[in-house]
Design a protein. Structure first.
Length: 324
């Protein structure tokens, strides 16, 4: 008779993108260890993604790797951005369940217990967190964040949850669907929604980060918002065409009334060169604005057709093993 094969432990992979986080990594490691001990019926791997950090982030990760075989890392050849870091983690994670969380502990590790139990006991493929109140944000950041979510909810065909964070735990099928989308211009919140699958949203308030400073400036957040709009909606192009049509109709009406009727019927020559100059400047500016919108879509297409890699690996934990 064949021997019964023991049930293999399920594995959870946690992807942790890092950029200049030498202060936070040891703190994060100690906190995630506590959760791993509580969930001791499962196997874990913690996959740090060093996104071309300029401080000692990689050295700190390597020291942890040497003493804990559950820790893995991927170090990029340069800074490719958080989106590339998350994609690299998803592509290289080996777990039955895969999570994404920030190293700053604004994504509480203890939530993993509830998230895992939900996926095991309820009919969901993903458990994700959202923080719609945005406590801790400045007035202007909160204002623009709320405006962005309202705007993208109206113009995008994919569901966009206000205050959605990257912190989530997914089943393998959903992860495989996400990594099949190898587009260069990535907006993960939109991609998570686009692939579908049943997601349970848990509302919470993100705590303050324990150490270090955020790497997300207002300008970076603005560019990220543009990625979301351009990646998941063609409405700006429709608006451009619609406004262009309105201006053409206004111009046609103005020609008929001002030039033909006013001059030929009442014999009043056309005047008002200053106002005419203002109108020309206004319409020219509008044209340039929407040419810029079209140009942004073309630039995204240009980057996609080049088929450049989303990230380039410089070093992993396997290189340390080879050295030893």
């Amino acid at each position: 008779m064949m021997k019964e094969v023991k049930n293999k432990k399920e594995k959870i992979s946690i992807i942790v993108p890092c950029y200049n986080e030498e202060e936070m990594i040891p703190i994060f490691y100690e906190e995630i260890k506590k959760i791993i001990e509580k969930m001791n019926t499962l196997d874990f791997e913690i996959l740090f993604i060093d996104d071309g950090s300029k401080d000692k982030t990689l050295n700190v990760i390597k020291e942890i790797v040497k003493k804990d075989n559950r820790i893995r890392f991927i170090s990029f050849s340069r800074n490719f951005g958080k989106e590339a870091g998350m994609f690299a983690g998803l592509e290289n994670a080996t777990g039955d369940f895969v999570g994404v969380m920030d190293v700053d502990l604004q994504d509480p590790p203890e939530m993993l217990i509830e998230m895992y139990n939900t996926l095991k006991n309820e009919d969901y493929d993903c458990v994700a967190l959202h923080s719609p109140e945005h406590k801790g944000y400045s007035f202007f950041r909160k204002l623009f964040t709320n405006m962005f979510y309202k705007l993208i909810a109206k113009i995008s065909s994919t569901e966009q949850i206000p205050g959605a964070r990257d912190f989530r735990l997914m089943k393998r099928k959903m992860v495989d669907a996400i990594i099949s989308m190898k587009e260069y211009n990535r907006y993960s919140k939109g991609i998570f929604s686009f692939v579908g699958f049943k997601t349970k949203w848990i509302k919470y308030e993100a705590p303050e980060r324990r150490a270090g400073t955020t790497k997300w400036s207002f300008w970076k957040l603005f560019k990220y918002a543009l990625e979301g709009i351009l990646g998941f909606s063609t409405t700006p192009l429709v608006i451009s065409a619609f406004i262009g049509m309105i201006f053409c109709l206004i111009a046609l009406v103005a020609i008929i009334i001002i030039i033909i009727v006013k001059t030929l019927v009442w014999g009043d020559p056309v005047g008002g060169w200053p106002s005419l100059a203002c109108i020309i400047i206004f319409t020219s500016g509008t044209q340039l604005l929407f040419l810029g919108v079209i140009g942004m879509y073309l630039s995204k297409t240009y980057l996609e057709v080049k088929e450049r890699p989303i990230y380039i690996i410089r070093e992993t934990e396997e290189d340390i093993k080879k050295e030893n």
